[in-house]
Write a protein that binds this ligand. Structure first.
Ligand code: AMP
Length: 214
């Protein structure tokens, strides 16, 4: 299974990626997490990426393309993967085609997650994550058991720098300007299926299976 997840920030791509990972035993590859990790480690790539991420802008294509090239060359992704947050521009999508072509592979499905803007803004504003283990919570529909404390490792939860209201607005604009075009781009190539981003968690595995038809 080689799958790309498309959809606005906060539409639930991360949750769907984790479920696909478990159902089909393929790695979920999340460029946002990879970039945040590089930023936390203070690498040159991380420092550059952070300056874009904090403003809600896309990290330049060349940087992200080399990151994904390296990741997809690792042994765990040779038999499949689910990409969460990549591609985000036509150039990135073309680069992915090229990488797949060079290994004689192709995408099995592009899953486009759909959710209204007002739900996205309230979801992202309520999102909290654990800086240590990466667990993600939502104060409205998935709160931690103890306020502000990670259920998994006990660290104090934080709000992502780019989940502040003004940055959320910019991220949505960037999605509309650059990433949404990919739904049409992939539709023209025939591989797009849609899924709603507001389904109850318990229903997701069955809906994903049905949608992917496998
Ligand atoms: P996400 O966690 O997917 O919402 O990504 C957070 C931020 O990381 C985005 O707002 C971008 O600044 C950056 N980012 C993640 N993936 C990409 C990508 N494929 N291309 C460019 N920037 C990216």
């Amino acid at each position: 299974m080689r799958i790309v997840l498309l959809g606005p920030p906060g539409s639930g791509k991360g949750t769907i990626a984790k479920i696909v990972e478990e159902l089909y035993r393929v790695p979920a590859i999340t460029t946002g997490d990879m970039l945040r990790d590089a930023a936390a480690r203070g690498t040159p790539l991380g420092r550059t990426a952070k300056s874009y991420m904090d403003r809600g802008e896309l990290v330049p294509d060349d940087l992200v393309i080399s990151l994904i090239k390296e990741r997809l060359s690792m042994p765990d992704s040779t038999n499949g993967f689910v990409l969460d947050g990549y591609p985000r521009s036509i150039r990135q999508a073309e680069a992915l085609e090229e990488i797949l072509r060079s290994t004689g592979n192709r995408l099995d499905c592009v899953l486009a997650v759909e959710l209204d803007d007002d739900v996205i803004v309230s979801r992202l504003s309520a999102r909290r994550s654990c800086p240590k283990c990466g667990a993600v919570y939502n104060l409205i529909n998935k709160p931690p058991k103890r306020q502000d404390i990670c259920d998994v490792c006990g660290s104090v939860l934080v709000q992502r720098e780019d989940d502040r209201a003004e940055v959320i607005r910019r991220r949505l604009e960037v999605y509309r300007e650059k990433t949404r075009l990919l739904v049409d781009w992939y539709t023209a190539r025939g591989a797009v299926k849609t899924i709603r981003g507001d389904l109850p968690l318990g229903e997701l595995p069955a809906v994903i299976r049905r949608t992917l038809g496998a």
